[in-house]
Design a protein around this ligand. Structure first.
Ligand SMILES: Nc1ncnc2c1ncn2[C@@H]1O[C@H](COP(=O)(O)OP(=O)(O)OP(=O)(O)O)[C@@H](O)[C@H]1O
Length: 554
């Protein structure tokens, strides 16, 4: 069917199995994204595809849809159950997410198509039963898949039809090169491949030579991030103390609304910020490589379900890139050095197969705030790419100290792509004098967040999350409906919290904003002192709509 314009192309026009079209409709997708529009038809023709498209542009479905179609067609001819597709991912979080996306797209033919993710680092024998059932699609990190292949838990040589390498540029920098080489020795001679990446670099070139056969290269001519009609990017020059002051004022004055990701550069900083926000009774979760994988996936899942508004995240993988980049200035980084860097960061990150700024689909994120300036331009792009995904809108705000101005210039230069010097990151117009009133509270809160408090909070959280993680694995697998009762944003340092910090008295609202904004105010907890009977009658009274009232704090 000839299609003259992009607007006219629909999933329906692609000749897809009805069940796939139905699943897409269930997801609420109206039209394909640019990369899907180009890659799906090629994939359906059986071509090898190397695709570069910006972060959040819908690359997963771009390979998953033709892959599912191919499997469904193959199963009509030969019904025997076998592993027909392998998707390699660099991180466990991504493994979990890709499995979910493929399962959703195959949701209307779930009897005909099974998906398994083996990225989790649990006992190989625990995953073996799933592999014995020969899922149609196997998802995993190269090391985990190889582990299963060498234990003969799975066999791919006679069955594999499709190989996907997702986030290809990250795979080698995570130190998977030798695993990948060995793994390829377990695959048949002929199969269709997809190599998906948000950036093209030497690693992707190397993978292209290694994996693809005469591929179609799709390099979408688009900016690294969505245009300003979709994504507003701001920067604000402020030093350390000002960052804390500004963030709390923005949140409390309701200027930051909707789901927000706050990025920092170290785990220690993440807890510092979380404890600081906690002083103002702003609940948030932290996300970092120290936490057990089940907890990490659960936090992302709950955030996507709308349970949390704020996540303070670190992106350890960008530290690795930063380390590699700083060494590569002028000379190519040797494999040895890359491995050394990987080890260095692994040690710091605890879990090398962790990454939240790359590939993770946090849904409906309204704002990304770089509380700490990202270590590399790539890190900036991937962090900010967590908002304004697919066809959605978003805002990014980056704090810049005077010694980070050169980094900002670097980001500006790459993002503007030499576009007659037009600045993509606009200065955030905010008069710090207006929020001077918050300074006293801010200092008070900062004083409570001591090094010792951070250390204790970090330990407490790991301990708690290890328990959570065990529970998640066992109990919640059998009772998925109860999963919501387990929260990850409980206070870590409750003894220092002063309830009055929750509210914003009128005198703290800048005069220019009075009447314009809605500051965040808490509901006062009306708890009667006294005996149990009094409490009961109080509870009854609160449940009676005629007798209860809401305290707005104003
Ligand atoms: N055609 C579409 N219409 C609307 N939403 C879509 C469409 N395709 C994908 N999405 C949504 O867009 C979001 C981003 O998709 P996806 O994670 O596949 O992007 P990506 O290009 O792989 O990003 P990254 O490079 O960060 O991994 C997801 O929430 C997905 O559900």
């Amino acid at each position: 069917m000839a299609l003259s314009g992009r607007e006219e192309l629909r999933f329906f026009d692609m000749g897809l199995d009805d069940r796939i079209v139905k699943a897409i409709a269930k997801l609420g997708w109206v039209r394909p994204t640019a990369i899907q529009e180009r890659a799906i038809p090629l994939g359906l023709e059986g071509k090898d595809v190397l695709a570069r498209a910006r972060t959040g542009s819908g690359k997963t479905a771009a390979y998953a849809i033709p892959m599912i179609q191919r499997i469904l067609t193959a199963k009509k001819v030969l019904q025997e159950q076998m592993v027909r597709a392998l998707i390699l991912v660099p991180t466990k979080e991504l493994g979990h997410q890709v499995k979910t996306m493929v399962s959703q797209l195959a949701g209307c033919c779930s009897h005909d198509l099974r998906v398994s993710d083996v990225s989790m680092q649990i006992d190989y024998s625990a995953q073996k039963p799933f592999l014995m059932e020969k899922p149609d699609v196997l998802v995993g990190t190269p090391s985990r898949v190889l582990g299963h292949l060498s234990r003969r838990n799975v066999e791919l040589r006679d069955s594999l039809e499709v190989l996907v390498v997702d986030e290809a540029d990250l795979l080698l920098s995570f130190g998977f090169e030798s695993d990948l080489h060995t793994l390829l020795g377990h695959l048949p001679k002929i199969y269709q491949s997809f190599l998906m990446s948000a950036t093209f670099n030497e690693d992707v070139e190397a993978l292209k030579r290694l994996i693809l056969h005469n591929p179609v290269v799709l390099k979408l001519e688009e900016s690294h991030l969505p245009p300003c009609s979709q994504l507003l990017q701001y920067h604000m020059k402020c030093e350390e103390e000002e960052r804390f002051l500004l963030i709390i004022a923005l949140i409390k004055l309701g200027l930051v609304r909707g789901k927000t990701l706050l990025f920092v550069n170290t785990v220690e900083r993440a807890y510092r910020l979380r404890l600081f926000l906690e002083q103002f009774l702003v609940r948030c979760c932290v996300l970092n490589g120290e936490l057990p994988i089940h907890s990490r996936c659960h936090i992302i899942e709950q955030f996507n379900q709308g349970l949390y508004n704020f996540i303070v995240a670190t992106d350890e993988s960008s530290l690795l890139q930063s380390a590699n980049q700083s060494q590569s200035q002028g000379a190519a980084v040797s494999k040895k050095k890359k491995k050394k860097n990987a080890k260095k960061v692994t040690k710091a990150a605890k879990d090398k197969e962790y990454g939240v700024s790359r590939g993770i689909d946090f849904q409906n994120v309204s704002n990304v705030i770089n509380f700490d300036f990202p270590p590399t331009v790539d890190a900036y792009i991937h962090r900010v790419g967590r908002t304004a995904r697919a066809h959605q809108q978003g805002t990014a705000l980056t704090f810049v100290s005077h010694c980070e101005v050169h980094l900002l210039e670097e980001v500006e230069q790459i993002l503007s792509g030499g576009d007659d010097g037009k600045s993509v990151l606009k200065p955030y117009q905010f008069d710090m004098k207006e929020i001077e009133g918050f300074r006293y509270r801010c200092k008070d809160a900062t004083r409570a967040v001591t090094k010792q408090a951070i250390k204790e909070a970090r330990l407490k959280e790991i301990r708690q999350e290890l328990i959570n993680s065990k529970q998640l694995k066992t109990y919640f697998e059998d009772n998925p409906k109860d999963l919501h009762i387990l929260r990850h944003d409980k206070s870590l340092h409750p003894s220092t919290i002063k309830p009055h910090m929750k509210n914003v008295p009128e005198y703290l609202v800048p005069s220019t904003l009075q009447g314009v904004i809605q500051p965040l105010v808490g509901k006062r907890k009306l708890q009667p002192k006294g005996n149990i009977a009094a409490r009961k009658s109080f509870k009854k009274q609160r449940q009676d709509p005629l007798k209860n009232f809401k305290y707005t704090g104003k």
